[in-house]
Write a protein that binds this ligand. Structure first.
Ligand SMILES: Nc1nc2c(ncn2[C@@H]2O[C@H](COP(=O)(O)OP(=O)(O)OP(=O)(O)O)[C@@H](O)[C@H]2O)c(=O)[nH]1
Ligand SMILES: [Mg+2]
Length: 354
C-alpha cells in the first residue's frame, strides 16, 4: 500500500484484510513498514485486532526494508495466503519516500501495488499517481473518503495516467467501509447525475414491489388509509437517512451540504408511527371519528401530545386531498397541466415554465 500522508493507507490495509478474510477465506498477515510516525505500527496492530487478522510482531529499530523482508518470511513460513505491507506516507512526493518504496518493492516483489488516494485531493492526485507509477508501478488505485463531498473527478485522470484500474473506494472510517469501485456511479457523481444505480438498488432492497403497486393504486383511488401511511413510514425508515437518499438524486449532489445542515428530522417519522400505532383499526380507516377524547387517548398511548396528533391528522388530510386530485387528473392530465395542477388553489404558478 503506497500513497501520501493521511491518504488512508493504514485504514484501507485493515479494510482489505477484513474483506479478504471474510469474503475470500484468505489467511492474511498485516505488516506496518511505517517507521516515520512513532505510533504507526501500533495503529495497524490495533486495526488488525479489530479485523480479527494477524499482524507482524513489532520489532523496534528495524528499517522498513528489514520489516518487509521479515513479513514475507513470516508469511511463507506460517502459511499465509496474503501479506499486506502498509508503507509510511510523506506530506508530498520527495526523493526519500520514492527511494523507500522502490527498495521495498525490490526486496519483496509484490503482486499488487495499490496506490491509496484521498478523493478530496482533486487534480493534485494526478501528479501523485504519475510519480508513484513511474517509481514503483501501480497495479490498482483505491479512492478513499468517497463518503465526503468529493466527486472523485480525479479518478478519471489517474486511471488515464497510470493505466491502472480503480479497484476500491473507501466510504467511511469504519473497518467495513470499503466498496468495489463502480465507474458508472462515479461518472454520474462527476456529471451531477446522482447515483441512480445506488438509489434503485437501495429502493429495490427495501421496497416490496407488489406492495408498492398496491399502495400506488390506493393513492390514485383515494382509498389510502393511515394504515398504509404507517407502512410507508416503516419503509422510509428502513431505507436509511433522508440525506443519503436525497444525495443520490440527480442534481442533489451539490446540495448535499445544505440537505445535511437542514438537519431533516427523522424522529418525526418515528413519532408518527407511534401515533398511528396507538389508534384502533377503525380510527386508522376513518380518522374523521377521532375527536378530543380519542386524541387524548392516542397521545398518551404513544407518548406524544394532542398537538402532535393534530399535526399528523392535518398532514394526512392534506395528503389525501392531493392524492385524490392526482387520481382525478390521471397521467394525461398531469402532463397537460404540469405539477402546478397539484398545488392548492391560489398557489398555482402563473407561468408554467417548468
Ligand atoms: N471519512 C473517511 N475517513 C477515512 C477513510 N479512509 C481513511 N479515513 C480516515 O483518514 C485518517 C487517516 O487515515 P490513515 O489510514 O491513518 O492514513 P495513512 O495513509 O495510513 O496515513 P499515514 O500513515 O500518516 O501516511 C484516519 O482518521 C482514517 O479514519 C474513508 O474512506 N472515509
Ligand atoms: Mg499509515
Amino acid at each position: 500500500m503506497v500513497g501520501l500522508q493521511g491518504s488512508g493507507k493504514t485504514t484501507t490495509s485493515g479494510k482489505l484484510a477484513l474483506r479478504l478474510t471474510n469474503r475470500e477465506r484468505k489467511k492474511v498477515l498485516l505488516a506496518s513498514l511505517d517507521t516515520q510516525r512513532p505510533a504507526a505500527q501500533l495503529q495497524l496492530a490495533q486495526l488488525a485486532e479489530r479485523a480479527g487478522v494477524a499482524s507482524l510482531p513489532i520489532v523496534p529499530g528495524q528499517t522498513p526494508v528489514q520489516i518487509a523482508r521479515r513479513a514475507m518470511e513470516t508469511g511463507r513460513r506460517e502459511g499465509f495466503d496474503v501479506v499486506i505491507l502498509d508503507t509510511a506516507g510523506r506530506l508530498s512526493i520527495d526523493q526519500a519516500l520514492m527511494n523507500e518504496v522502490r527498495e521495498i518493492r525490490a526486496a519483496t516483489n509484490p503482486v499488487e501495488t495499490l496506490l491509496v488516494v484521498d478523493a478530496m485531493t482533486g487534480q493534485d492526485a494526478v501528479q501523485t499517481a504519475r510519480a508513484f507509477n513511474e517509481t514503483v508501478g501501480v497495479t490498482g488505485i483505491v479512492l478513499t473518503r468517497m463518503d465526503g463531498d468529493a466527486r472523485g473527478g480525479a479518478a478519471l485522470s489517474m486511471r488515464q495516467v497510470t493505466g491502472a484500474p480503480i479497484k476500491f473506494s473507501g466510504s467511511g472510517e469504519k473497518i467495513d467501509a470499503l466498496e468495489e469501485f463502480h465507474p458508472e456511479r462515479v461518472a454520474g457523481r462527476i456529471l451531477g447525475l446522482g447515483d441512480i444505480v445506488g438509489l434503485v438498488e437501495r429502493v429495490s432492497e427495501t421496497v416490496d414491489q407488489v406492495e408498492a403497486e398496491k399502495i400506488a393504486r390506493k393513492m390514485m383511488r383515494g382509498t389510502f388509509t393511515l394504515e398504509d401511511y404507517a407502512a410507508q413510514l416503516r419503509q422510509i425508515s428502513k431505507m436509511g437517512s433522508i440525506s443519503s437518499i436525497l444525495g443520490m438524486l440527480p442534481g442533489m449532489g451539490a446540495m448535499k451540504q445544505q440537505i445535511e445542515s437542514a438537519n431533516i428530522d427523522t424522529t418525526v417519522f418515528k413519532r408518527q408511527q407511534a401515533i398511528i400505532g396507538s389508534m384502533t383499526p377503525k380510527e386508522r380507516r376513518a380518522p374523521d371519528i377521532i375527536k378530543a377524547s380519542r386524541k387524548k387517548r392516542i397521545a398518551s398511548g404513544s407518548g406524544t401530545s394532542v398537538q402532535d396528533v393534530n399535526k399528523l391528522l392535518k398532514q394526512f388530510d392534506d395528503m389525501s386531498i392531493m392524492m385524490k386530485r392526482m387520481g382525478k387528473l390521471g397521467q394525461k392530465g398531469l402532463m397537460r397541466q404540469g405539477i402546478g395542477a397539484l398545488m392548492p388553489r391560489g398557489a398555482q404558478p402563473r407561468n408554467r415554465g417548468f
